[in-house]
Design a protein around this ligand. Sequence first.
Ligand code: BES
Ligand code: ZN
Length: 498
Amino acid sequence: MRRKKYLTNKVKINLHSLKCFNYKRKFIHSINHLKVNLDRSLIVNSVINYIEKNKQRYLEELKEYISIPSISTLKENKSDVEKCAGFVRDHLKKIGIKKVQIFKTERHPIVYGEWMGAPGKPTVLIYGHYDVQPVDPLKEWKTDPFKAVIKDNKIWARGSNDNKGQNFVHMKSVEAFFKVKGKPPVNIKYIIEGEEEIGSGNLQKFIKKNKNLLKCDAVLISDTSLHSPDTPTISYGLRGLCYMEIEVIGPNRDLHSGTFGGGIANPINELSKIISRLVDKDGRIAIPGFYSNVVKLTEKEKENYSKLKFSEKQFAKELKVKELTGEKGYTTLQRISARPTLDCNGIFGGFMGEGAKTVLPSRVTAKISMRLVPNQDPHEIAKLFKKYVNSITPKTVTVEVRELHGGLPFIMSLNNKYIVAASKAVSKAFGKQAVYSREGGSIPIVVEFADKLKAPVVLMGLGLDTDDIHSPNEHFHIRNFERGILSSALFLDEISRM
Ligand code: BES
Ligand code: ZN
């Protein structure tokens, strides 16, 4: 009974549908916070009520979206990717976006939708990706990756978070406006692509050719993380990426390691030496020229970093590592978001089967990625990488260095009015002051939006770093799904008053 005191007529929420008490408390807190601030707008309150009443159905629809295995990198899933584009198209139509079109590309389709019924109001371009990462290793999954399960207030499946769950939020907020008010408060465009997880190559070309179609005042994206579980976060930076492959080639065939070992260089041994010379003892990348264009953290940013709560101890404990590592002179939080890094993602070659086989392999390959920060350019870095690897490769073997793909880093000003509006919206939805952060991951298309469309990009992330995106048992907190819908609705309302 006491709990009912929190509620007023303006915001009625069905408490019985909220399962866990803690969760109820937090939700009431954030709704309560909203009431105080939203007296001005009965419309927003009714949108919030609509969202609250329909959230169960929203989840059922999200499950359907997730059930399509739209893995962009695998050829065998090509028709699923297409089917998923169809789902997005149909869903946009269903929520009230009349003009929806699928654009075919050389690989996976792009879904475009628009509703331009608010003349004089800003136009928001909502971006998301309906493609997902592969699911391997399948045996590590506790549930079927494409049959979403709701457990412990989370939804578990591939894509539940990255990015179907997160982009669905912006369809549901718009649906609420259509249903309650007859229309959204601003003009809306959607661009939902199927190639983000493979570098967004075709969307890059599409943007170049369709600048007019995509013209907007701001881009809105939810594909990043919250700084911590209950902290609303607007990200203002993303790292870029330079992805390389090194192949070290030794003798013309696999050899008996007893007969030849000691006289012929082993490519795996030589590759290990090369890899060990890529990063020095201070955690700095040893490639000459690598840091030439790196923009240093400003004093203001350092101050912001120092205010962000982050426990290095907890971070290590959660991942079960005894000690942390990284570039000397920087905190862990800076290292994982604002500094460039180099990682070996995989090595294959030689005997990889069960048991022992005595062999001196003929060749071996390593996949190496570098996360970049402003103003590093992936192609320039690739050249420097090639040159350096060639220079440190022993004469006993030959080396081939290939550039697989890349993406530019991104950073934007915090003074932009859309960023400020987004910060206000998420603060209201979460009932807590938002923080600004730089994201360590990459969304390759973001720079293209900023450069080609000259639009500010709002990164309204809703995931958590512990949500296991790209890993087995990916999940998304239902609390963040709901707060995301609220945040989205409040953002659209906020900018309609600008
Ligand atoms: N949603 C992620 C970006 C991200 C990663 C946000 C980590 C927050 C934390 C996005 O879908 C992604 O995975 N991007 C790739 C891009 C790459 C394949 C070009 C990445 O960062 O590896
Ligand atoms: Zn991803």
